[in-house]
Design a protein around this ligand. Structure first.
Ligand SMILES: Cc1cc2nc3c(=O)[nH]c(=O)nc-3n(C[C@H](O)[C@H](O)[C@H](O)COP(=O)(O)O)c2cc1C
Length: 356
């Protein structure tokens, strides 16, 4: 399979621009999705590799430890196919309250020499209302074989001071379809978004969301509110990470996704000057550093989903060794192929006894 991808499919995809290749892959996955028995067959083979223990986390059951990071399925169109590729959870979005087109193209650049991508998408998405209608027609929570995370962000047109209302609007419209919610305050391509990681903004935002979350649970007589996770940037200082942990604790956040893309450019790497978030191999050590810091500072209190630069099977194991409970991938799949998650899940299954 690796051979087929690396020698035939990848060169074909890489002849197209990164965004065109992505759009074509979405089209292929939609065709695949039209054959449910085939999807089930692949799921049976890939979702629970031999020796895999499902992971119980946030009150959810994850069939394996590898998930799809946000940003791949920006329109909630193909997430149902990812179990077949071996993903034990999928995070879709980022979605915003208002429909938006994102930044002008070109806005995604591959750098195969570094196994890296720079993107400045800016959350193109159909808006929470359309996404909710789409999800209402998709398999419901009871029939899903793996958890679905919904990632929400701020609409570009909404001023920072009104961010909480914007997120609340998306939360209210999408919560019914999610197994967990991820609050994105860390993408570099929406002006001001990352400022929401500062104390005053973050307290206001998370407190408002958790209030709505608890009220919803009471209204529906749910046993517990939805798990709400926070996705953070890799460029935060230890002092900022401490602050985030304190706020996450005070507001009842269930876990942290660490990390999003970086705005920094590692010295010595040339050609990465285009504006946007850098992902892939050059991000790995930075994201690992954040997970290491959080795991130690929080003393295991917050489950962490490690994400950033996993381009080899062993990279995922390093995140687990640093204290992550689950991992997510995106850029690595572009370079390693569609079954990279299945390969990681299989490898982690052999080592998993030491991780909680
Ligand atoms: C093309 C692209 C688009 C992305 N879009 C989003 C997004 O909409 N929301 C989000 O939270 N993260 C987004 N991300 C960040 C990824 O979810 C992930 O955090 C980051 O890329 C690091 O993981 P990786 O090195 O495995 O790609 C995007 C990443 C890429 C490469």
């Amino acid at each position: 399979m690796d051979f087929l991808y690396e020698k035939i499919l990848r060169p074909l995809f890489f002849r197209q621009s990164a965004e065109a290749a992505h759009d074509n892959i979405i089209k292929l996955l939609r065709v695949f999705d039209a054959f449910p028995p085939l999807v089930r067959l692949f799921e049976r083979h890939n979702l629970r590799p031999p020796h895999t223990e499902p992971v119980e986390l946030f009150g959810l059951r994850f069939p394996n430890r590898v998930g799809l990071a946000a940003g791949f399925d920006k329109h909630a169109q193909v997430w149902t196919t990812f179990g077949a590729l071996g993903f034990g959870h999928v995070e879709i979005g980022t979605f915003t309250l208002h429909k938006q087109d994102g930044n002008p193209k070109p806005r995604v650049f591959r750098h195969p020499e570094y196994e890296a991508v720079v993107n400045s998408y800016g959350f193109p998405n159909p808006g929470a209302e359309i996404v909710a209608r789409r999800l209402a027609h998709a398999p419901g929570k009871e029939t899903r074989r793996y958890p679905l995370g919904i990632n929400i962000g701020k609409s570009k047109v909404t001023p920072l001071e009104q961010a909480a209302d914007d997120y609340l609007g998306s939360f209210r419209r999408l919560a019914d379809y999610a197994d967990f919610i991820v609050i994105n305050v860390s993408s570099p391509n929406t002006p001001g978004l990352r400022e929401l990681q500062t104390r005053s903004h973050l307290v206001q935002l998370l407190a408002a969301l958790q209030r709505a979350n608890k009220e919803r649970a009471v209204r529906r007589a749910d046993p517990a509110p939805l798990p709400v996770l926070l996705k953070i940037a890799p460029d935060l200082t230890p002092a900022q990470l401490d602050e985030i942990l304190e706020i996450a604790d005070a507001t009842g956040i269930a876990g942290i996704v660490a990390t999003n893309t970086t705005i920094e450019r590692p010295s010595g790497l040339r050609g990465l000057e285009t504006a946007g978030g850098l992902s892939g191999r050059p991000l790995l050590e930075k994201s690992l550093g954040v997970v290491r810091y959080l795991a130690r500072a929080a003393g295991g209190k917050f489950p962490i989903i490690g994400c950033g630069g996993i381009c080899a099977v062993e990279d995922a194991g390093r995140f687990m060794d640093e204290g992550a409970s689950l991992v997510q991938i995106y850029t690595g799949m572009i370079f390693r192929g569609p079954f990279f998650a299945a390969k990681i899940a299989r490898s982690l299954a052999w080592h998993q006894r030491k991780w909680v």
